[in-house]
Each structure stands twice: as C-alpha cells, then as structure tokens.
Design a protein around this ligand. Structure first.
Ligand code: ADP
Length: 242
C-alpha cells in the first residue's frame, strides 16, 4: 500500500506517533525530560524549539538511532526500542547527515538503500522518486559533485524511497531553493503521511504543518492551540518579536 494510513495487524493506526514520558540524557545531562505527545496518523506536526533544546535528539530516538533513557515511544503501535525493525520499515528519516555516499551517483545511492529495504520494482521506484524530487537530470552525476540543495533533495528521496507511512525530518528545508521548497511541500502534504519535522522558519511551520509543538526545557508544550498561537508563544519564549 502506498504511503497511506493502514491498520496494522494489531489494529493500531500504522502512522500514529505516541510518546509517553519520553526521556533522553547524555550521561548525566538530561536533554529530553518528559516528552508526551500523540500524533494521529496523517497529521503533519512542526517541532519547534531553540538551538540545543533537544529536537534532533528527540527525532533520533523516534528514528531508532538513539536509545531513550526512559519513557516510551511508539510508531504505528511498535515500540522504538523493542520493535526497532518494524519502526524502521514504517519511518523515513532525514537528518543532518545525508547518509549518502559521495562516490556513488543518485541512482546508485537509492538503489543501494532500496535493496536494504527490499523495495519492490526498485528500478522504476528509483526513477520515480528522483523525478519527484526534481533530480532526474542529475541522476548519473557523482553525489559528491551535487550542490548542497541537490544533496538535500537526494536525502529526501532516500527518506521516501520505501514509501513510509511516517516521515521524521530534521530541518528538511535547510539549503533548499524555491523549487526545492515546492518539492518538499508536495512530499509532505501528498500521500496522507504522518510527518514530524523541525524547522527554524516559523512561516514554513505555518505553511506545512497542521499543528506545532514546542520543546522547552525538555518538555513538549502542546496546548492544542492553533499553529499561529503556538508560534506566537514560541516567539515570546525566545524573546523574538514578530
Ligand atoms: P536541537 O536539535 O534542538 O538544536 P540537540 O538535540 O542537537 O538540539 O541537542 C540538545 C542538547 O544535547 C545540546 O545541549 C547538545 O549539546 C547536547 N547533545 C547533542 N548530542 C550530544 C551527544 N552526542 N553527546 C552529548 N551531548 C549531546
């Protein structure tokens, strides 16, 4: 089934993200203290917060790249620690590292990842995904010779290649030109996926997300306010005028 909201075998929504008292410390230093959040399948949520507030840490825990120190996180009903393989199949992750090989072409990079994820009909899927992010003309260039924005597009292509129900994206708008931002908007808003993404651009949060949550002091401030109201509260927290 393609990027859609399906019930998994345990009757839970495949795309839902549920955090309960999630904690993550680096050694003795707590970063995420008590993150609680329920994102229904298909909802797009912007995760806001000052530099160093723990956004990347939280997203890496959800992407199974970091082990939480306490609490629980479930995606599609699967626990990110106990059922990490199932979570990885459901999730497409874009982080600050692109996880791309410079000495391979975009086609080769995607083919490599597609085999890892056992993507069916891989040749056609790679071609269609490169087309979706506007990279078809550079498909046989060396990835190391792509511009920063083009590599960001390729990293996005890698994240969506296995058609995940959930996208977890850390600053996906970084380095994108206007055409790249349109690509990003299409990827985020089409296909009914659940999306949790960070951005430092409040207008982008308003444009792309149906809901915004703010990480403050290791806790998620989520008063179910409108995105506008949440952003106003965030600006106030940062001491930044509109
Ligand atoms: P954000 O993405 O909101 O900018 P991060 O999650 O990257 O925040 O970082 C949150 C805090 O955790 C920062 O104080 C950062 O220095 C610290 N931190 C991040 N990664 C590590 C690590 N691997 N070891 C120790 N401290 C870390």
């Amino acid at each position: 089934m393609t990027g859609s909201i399906v019930a998994d075998t345990r009757g839970r929504e495949a795309g839902a993200i549920v955090l309960r008292g999630l904690r993550k410390a680096y050694g003795p230093v707590p970063v995420v203290r008590d993150a609680t959040l329920t994102v229904p399948a298909g909802q797009r949520v912007a995760l806001l917060g000052a530099n160093g507030s723990g956004k990347t840490t939280l997203l890496k825990v959800l992407a199974t790249l970091l082990r939480p120190s306490g609490g629980t996180a479930r995606i599609g009903g699967y626990d990110v620690v106990q059922e990490a393989d199932a979570v990885r199949r459901l999730v497409g992750f874009l982080g600050h590292q692109t996880y791309l090989y410079d000495q391979l072409t975009p086609v080769e990079n995607l083919t490599f990842y597609g085999r890892l994820y056992r993507v069916p009909d891989l040749r056609a899927r790679v071609a269609a995904t490169l087309e979706a992010v506007g990279l078809s003309p550079r498909r046989t260039a060396l990835t190391g010779q792509l511009s920063h924005g083009q590599r960001q597009r390729l990293a996005l292509a890698r994240a969506i290649l296995h058609d995940p129900a959930v996208l977890i994206l850390d600053e996906p708008d970084a380095g994108l030109d206007l055409a790249g931002l349109e690509v990003l908007a299409r990827v985020l808003c089409n296909g009914g996926r659940t999306v949790l993404f960070t951005t430092h651009n409040p207008d982008r949060a308003l444009d792309l997300a149906q809901r915004s949550v703010v990480l403050i002091g290791g806790r998620l401030e989520d008063q179910e306010r409108s995105p506008d109201a949440t952003l106003a509260a965030y600006r106030e927290h940062l001491g930044v005028a509109r």
